[in-house]
Design a protein. Structure first.
Length: 450
């Protein structure tokens, strides 16, 4: 998907995109292995040390397990030799792998998940991940795309996810950065459980294909706690574009949990744009300590049906409601400078200040779209620029909403450029850990709805 040229990355100190295509530094003693078969690849991995490069000739390498390969102190760089004729894999397993950087390959499988990572110090960038039926329609797919479980220090960046039941699972992991991915033609986006000190940023969510006939209620991002002993802590969700204006409800960010007494803590949700027709633009339940700042949560025209029970016999069209920011069942939440609809219900120990409440067709009340955005976006896939706060306007003077565009989605699928971009981030780590919202966080006010 197209991104704005000349951007600065908002999370990692901002190298220009042009700098990402410069020379990639490797130690003078590094070796390069050229491989063309599964046997060649296994031999190269067995002989490699940190800093070495493995170039994959075009071809099909089948299902492959990288689990036994560990490279402490750096990375072994595995990438397609020909960007125009990429190496292909089936199911890829990086179970206990350490120090691997994989760029510019295609992974496609009818097995679940297509890619699994349970190791440490892993970079997975510039890749394409697809399920068993590559027809740009997630309606008929059953696979998960990429699972990161029991892992630490992992970068999942500038990848394309298509034809999947769900794109990404993050579970019982720490320091995971999910950046600049394109997630489309899927039924569910990113699921998160028991993850610490991580970031989901600059991703593009679009063209979801849920099966409403099966009762699916898809989310672009969902947190959960089922069978977990802890919630998510220290997570940033920033500068994501949820371009979900098709004829079906897809929720934006549903941050909740199933288990009583397990809470998500210390979250930042900022600078995101949600355009769609589901109630939960941003909803927080069983959360203690969060900041929700400068998000734009607005309805697509399909939302004006205001009927959650709409269905078509083929299961492809779902109901529609006006989206909201909802934090009435969370504690110590600051909600400021957002553009949203239907008001913002907050708990007794949370605050909402300097937000804009846009006109919605259910209440027939709120500030006019023209005065805040210049005009209402109405297409199925409006450009990000249509959600910028109008200049000049009172809202922009007050610093409300989206004040500048941001790059979103895939930066590059080129193997070398993706590898260089990953290196420019200064490691795989997510942004520095958030400072606690408060020193002693209380038991939250209210409870998650059943």
């Amino acid at each position: 998907m197209p991104t704005a040229p000349g951007f600065r990355h908002a999370l990692f100190g901002g190298a220009l995109l042009a700098s990402l295509i410069g020379a990639f530094a490797t130690p003078a003693s590094a070796k390069t292995f050229a491989v063309a078969t599964r046997g060649d690849l296994w031999a190269a991995l067995s002989a490699a040390t940190a800093g070495d490069v493995i170039l994959l000739a075009p071809g099909d390498y089948g299902d492959f397990s990288f689990t036994k390969f560990r490279f402490p102190g750096g990375h072994v760089f595995l990438r397609s030799a020909d960007p125009a004729n990429r190496a292909r894999f089936g199911q890829m397993s990086l179970g206990g792998a350490q120090g691997l950087s994989i760029s510019g390959v295609d992974a496609q499988s009818a097995k679940n998940p297509v890619v699994s990572i349970a190791g440490a110090n892993i970079r997975f960038t510039g890749n394409r991940i697809r399920g068993g039926t590559p027809n740009r329609d997630g309606f008929d797919d059953a696979q998960g795309g990429l699972h990161v479980r029991m892992a630490t220090n992992v970068l999942v960046g500038s990848n394309e996810f298509q034809d999947l039941r769900s794109a990404i699972f993050l579970q019982r992991a720490s320091r995971v950065a999910v950046l600049h991915n394109s997630i489309g033609f899927v039924r569910e986006g990113i699921n998160v459980a028991a993850v610490a000190d991580s970031e989901i940023a600059n991703n593009h969510f679009h063209d979801f294909n849920p099966n409403y006939g099966k009762g699916e209620h898809p989310d672009a991002i969902q947190f959960w706690t089922n069978q977990e002993e802890s919630g998510v802590t220290g997570m940033r969700i920033r500068n994501n574009f949820f371009q979900l204006g098709l004829n079906g409800a897809v929720h934006g960010m549903f941050i909740g949990g199933e288990r009583t007494g397990i809470y998500h803590r210390n979250l930042e949700i900022s600078g995101n744009v949600y355009y769609g027709s589901a109630l939960h633009g941003i909803s927080l339940y069983r959360v203690i300590g969060a900041r929700i700042l400068n998000n734009v949560i607005v309805a697509s025209p399909w939302a004006d049906n205001n009927n959650s029970k709409l269905r078509t016999p083929d299961g492809r069209t779902g109901g529609a409601l006006q989206p909201q920011i909802r934090v009435s069942s969370a504690s110590q939440v600051e909600v400021a400078r957002n553009i949203t609809m239907k008001g913002i219900p907050v708990s007794a120990d949370s605050t909402a200040a300097d937000n804009v409440d846009l006109y919605d067709s259910e209440r027939k009340a709120g500030e006019s779209w023209a005065s805040i955005l210049g005009a209402r976006p109405v297409s199925a896939a409006p450009a990000l620029g249509e959600f910028l706060t109008l200049a000049p306007s009172a809202a922009r003077t007050r610093g409300i909403g989206l004040l500048a565009p941001f790059a979103h989605g895939v930066l590059t699928l080129d193997p070398v450029r993706a590898e260089n971009w990953a290196a420019s981030l200064g490691g795989n780590s997510a942004a520095p850990a958030l400072k606690p919202i408060a020193a002693n966080l209380p038991t939250p006010v209210g409870a998650s709805p059943d």
